[in-house]
Design a protein around this ligand. Structure first.
Ligand SMILES: Nc1ncnc2c1ncn2[C@@H]1O[C@H](COP(=O)(O)OP(=O)(O)OP(=O)(O)O)[C@@H](O)[C@H]1O
Ligand SMILES: Nc1ncnc2c1ncn2[C@@H]1O[C@H](COP(=O)(O)OP(=O)(O)OP(=O)(O)O)[C@@H](O)[C@H]1O
Ligand SMILES: [Mg+2]
Ligand SMILES: [Mg+2]
Lengths: 257, 257
C-alpha cells in the first residue's frame, strides 16, 4: 500500500521543506521507493534538491491544470535510485486563483496522483504555508498528515486552525485522512522555550509525536545551498542522524498499520 | 504624510510578524502615531501583542467584506498611547476565496484604509506568507514595502518572485509603491551562512538594506508568549536594541523623503 503523506503547516518556516527533502532522502536510503512532490509555488523542495527549473518539462502546475499527466512531470532518481521528484515552478503562484472555478477543485491532485502512486512506497507532498486550495488538494489526496512543529510559541498556537481544517477534510472530502505524526523541529534543549513547547506538544498529541526530534543544526540550513539532502551533505551531523531515525519510525508505523 | 508600509515575504518564518510588532512598538515609543494592521489569517501579530480574540468586535475581515469600517475594528492604545491595532481572526482564512469574485478585488483594503490612515504617522501591515489576494491588497494600499530577509538560503532565493510581484503592482494597481527597505533578520555573525547571505543582500540591494540587522535572540521568540513587544519584555536585550535602532532609521528615511 502506498503511503501518501501531506507535510502541512500554515505557520511559515517550521521545517516543512527540510522534512520533505530529508525524510524523503532517508526513506530512499532505506530502499523505500519514494516520491517527493513539491506543491509550494516557492519551489524550495525543488531547488533544495538541486533540481533546476526544467524549461520545457511539465511540472506539477501542468498536471493540476490538466495540460499534462503527473507521470510526465516526474524526474527519476534524484541523488538516489529510489528517489523521484515532481518539481514545482512559479506558474503555481496563479494556480490557486485558477483552481477556484474548476470542477471538483479540491480533488484535482487526488485524481492526478491516483495514476502514479502505486509505484511508490511513500509519496511526500511539501505544502506551502497556507490553508488554501493547494493544501486542501493535498489533504484530499493524502492518507495521512505529518505536522512539523517548530519549538516556538506561534507554531503551537497555529495548531488549532490546522486541526480544524484536517477535521473538515475528514468529514467531507477525505474521510480516510489520519494523522501520521507530529514532528518537533529546531529543538534546542538548552532553551526553556524549546523544552516548554515540546512538553506541551507531547501532552497534547501523546504517542503521535515521533520520539525523533529534529535538533536545530546549521548543517540543515547549509545543505540546500548545495542542492543536497543532509545525508549526502553531512551524514555525521545531528540533523542527518535525526532524519535517519525519523525515517525508521515512519517505516515502523507504516508496517504497523 | 502617512507612511503605509507593507511587511511582506512569501517565504515563511522570516520575521514579518516579529518586525511588525517590534518596529510598531518602537515607533510608538518614539511618539510616532502608529497602527499595526494584521491581515494574516494566522493572527500572530494580534496574539503576539496580547490582544484576545474580540468576540463581537469587528476585525479586518469584516472591513474587507464590507460588514463594517476599519475604524470600528481599531483597538486603541495597546501597551502604548501611540499604538493602535486592527486585529485579525480566523474568518480571514476564507477571505481570499471570497474576495476572488469581488469587484476591484485588489483595492478593497486601499479603500478601507483611506478613511483612517491620516490619523497616523505610520501604518504597518503584517502579511501572510503568500502572494495571494490579501498580500496583493496590501501592496495596492501601501506606499512602500519592508522586506525581511532571514539570513538563510531559501529566503534569498524567494526574492525574485517577490520583486516580480512588487513590479507588477507598480505597473498596474499602485504606481507609487516603493521599497522602504530590506531588513536582515535572525542574523548570527558566528555562522558562515548568515554572513554570506547578508553580504549577498547588501550587494543586491545596496543602501536599501538597513544598517540595523536583527540578531538571532531567543528573547524575541519568548516575548509573544507573554503578549508583549520586546521593548517591554526585555528592553536591554540585543533584539530590543536592534528594533529601537531600526525605528530610528525608518523615521530618518521618512523625514528624508
Ligand atoms: N532543524 C533545523 N535546524 C536549523 N535550521 C533549520 C532546521 N530546519 C529547517 N531549517 C532552516 O530553517 C528555515 C525554514 O525551514 P523550511 O524552509 O524547511 O521551513 P518551511 O516550513 O518549509 O517554510 P515555508 O513555510 O516557507 O514553506 C530554512 O532556512 C531551513 O534551512
Ligand atoms: N531575530 C530573531 N531571533 C530569534 N527568533 C526570532 C527572531 N525573529 C523571529 N523569531 C522567531 O522565529 C519565528 C518566526 O518569526 P515570525 O513568526 O515573526 O516570522 P513570520 O515571517 O511572521 O512567519 P509567517 O511566515 O508564519 O508569518 C517565531 O517563532 C519568532 O518568535
Ligand atoms: Mg517550505
Ligand atoms: Mg507572521
Amino acid at each position: 500500500m502506498t503511503h501518501v503523506i501531506a507535510i502541512v503547516s500554515q505557520k511559515g518556516g517550521v521545517g516543512k521543506t527540510t522534512t520533505a527533502i530529508n525524510l524523503g532522502a532517508s526513506l530512499a536510503v532505506a530502499e523505500k521507493r519514494t516520491l517527493i512532490l513539491d506543491i509550494d509555488p516557492q519551489g524550495n523542495a525543488t531547488s533544495g534538491l538541486g533540481v533546476r527549473d526544467g524549461g520545457s518539462r511539465p511540472t506539477v502546475y501542468d498536471a493540476l491544470i490538466g495540460n499534462s499527466s503527473l507521470e510526465e512531470a516526474i524526474i527519476p532518481e534524484v541523488h538516489f535510485r529510489h528517489l523521484d521528484v515532481v518539481p514545482s515552478n512559479r506558474d503555481l503562484v496563479g494556480a490557486e486563483i485558477e483552481l477556484v472555478s474548476a470542477e471538483k477543485r479540491e480533488s484535482v491532485l487526488q485524481n492526478a496522483l491516483s495514476a502514479i502512486q502505486s509505484s511508490y512506497d511513500f509519496v511526500l507532498v511539501d505544502c506551502p504555508p497556507s490553508l488554501g486550495l493547494l493544501t486542501l488538494n493535498t489533504l484530499t489526496a493524502a492518507n495521512s498528515v505529518l505536522i512539523p512543529i517548530q519549538c516556538e510559541f506561534y507554531a503551537l498556537e497555529g495548531l488549532s486552525q490546522l486541526l480544524n481544517t484536517v477535521r473538515l477534510v475528514q468529514r467531507g472530502l477525505n474521510p480516510g485522512l489520519g494523522i501520521e505524526g507530529v514532528l518537533l523541529t529546531m529543538f534546542d534543549r538548552r532553551l526553556n522555550l524549546s523544552r516548554q513547547v515540546a512538553a506541551e506538544a507531547r501532552e497534547y498529541f501523546g504517542p503521535k509525536v515521533y520520539s525523533a526530534a529534529i535538533p536545530r543544526n546549521v548543517r540543515l540550513a547549509e545543505a540546500p545551498s548545495f542542492g543536497q539532502p543532509i545525508v549526502l551533505y553531512d551524514a555525521a551531523s545531528s540533523g542527518a542522524q535525526a532524519y535517519l531515525a525519523l525515517a525508521q519510525e515512519v517505516i515502523e508505523r507504516a508496517n504497523g498499520i
